[in-house]
Design a protein around this ligand. Structure first.
Ligand code: NAD
Ligand code: ZN
Length: 293
């Protein structure tokens, strides 16, 4: 019903205003709203001293890595507690390797950063963003150029021996035999956090610290249902920061915690925010030290 009235209203606006009157013709209220929010985000970023980002699987979907939840998510095919729980791995490592880890390895080994990751790297290069707290295990923030990345759920870039803790780069691991083994004979597992495991203490401690100390938190591509990661925007908000969400879908944060949601794909939204921010604070002014004449 709402959508019917919106479409009607848009078509009336398109008839009233001559072509060229409004830059985003044909009139689309979502686009107008989106433009305003992008400008607002750029202004808020320009005004903020300390900016941090919390990212989730959604920022990597445009790199071809499926998320867990949502459209095309892995959970459409698997039961998380059957496959991604540490008990499942301990019970049958070969099964988890065959169903989940092998597929993740094939995707992550060749994935490259997209405009969402690159946008956050640009924000760091502009001196705006310092730390990225990511729930992702794909290493794409580092590949894009961010230098301070907290891997809240560990990393898939490495495998760890369950017996002697020796580490192997995932790309180098031979998977002709499943599960792959360490030279000591122990079974290799991803150096990432399975459901049912503890968050690495240093990652948790630093994330809480950074969340409570930032002026603005960008929350990009997370369904915000996995705890304690989803608590970071709450800590930021309670500590007085603005929380800006980028996600094509609403989340449990949207009404209660976020100042506003920019409803779109991370790559497109980040490109537009960075372009707006460059208008407000041109890169040359930020990067080149001023010389006195
Ligand atoms: P999630 O799978 O629960 O949710 C993904 C979210 O991203 C959804 O809210 C969805 O609407 C949004 N999204 C989808 N496409 C998007 C896009 N183009 N731009 C912006 N947002 C988009 O992800 P989660 O909240 O990170 O929690 C799942 C857990 O799964 C994480 O803890 C993570 O460790 C793990 N995981 C990681 C990867 C990865 O490393 N790339 C992939 C799958 C799962
Ligand atoms: Zn070993």
């Amino acid at each position: 019903m709402v959508s019917f009235f919106k479409t009607k209203y848009e078509s009336i606006l398109n008839r009233i205003f001559p072509s060229g009157f409004y830059p985003t013709r044909p009139f689309n209220l979502n686009e107008v709203h989106m433009d305003d929010l992008i400008k607002k985000a750029a202004e808020d970023l320009a005004a903020a001293g300390k900016v941090t980002a919390l990212t989730g699987a959604g920022i990597s979907t445009e790199s071809g890595i499926p998320p867990f939840r949502g459209k095309g998510g892995l959970w459409e095919r698997f039961d998380p507690m059957e496959i991604a729980h540490i008990d499942a791995f301990m019970k049958d490592p070969a099964k988890v390797w065959n169903i989940l880890v092998k597929e993740m390895k094939a995707i992550v080994d060749t994935a490259t950063p997209n405009d969402g990751h690159k946008g956050l790297a640009k924000l760091e290069a502009m001196g705006k963003l310092k730390t990225v707290i990511t729930q992702n295990i794909d290493g794409l923030h580092q590949a894009a150029g961010n230098t301070d990345v907290i891997e809240f759920h560990g990393t898939f870039a490495w495998q760890r021996c369950m017996d002697c803790s020796r580490k192997y780069e995932t790309r180098e691991v031979d998977i002709s035999k499943i599960p792959p083994l360490c030279i000591c004979g122990g079974i290799l597992r991803p150096d990432a956090v399975f459901f049912g495991e503890m968050i690495p203490q240093d990652a948790l401690w630093r994330s809480r610290q950074i969340a409570s100390d930032c002026d603005l938190m960008l929350v990009v591509g997370t369904s915000a249902v996995v705890q304690p990661a989803a608590l970071m925007p709450v800590i930021a908000k309670e500590s007085g920061a603005k929380v800006v969400e980028i996600n094509p879908e609403r989340t449990p944060l949207t009404d209660e915690i976020s100042d506003y949601l920019i409803m779109g794909e991370a790559g497109d939204v980040m490109n537009r925010i960075v372009a707006e921010l460059e208008k407000i604070s041109p890169p040359a002014a930020l990067e080149t030290p001023r010389t006195q004449s």
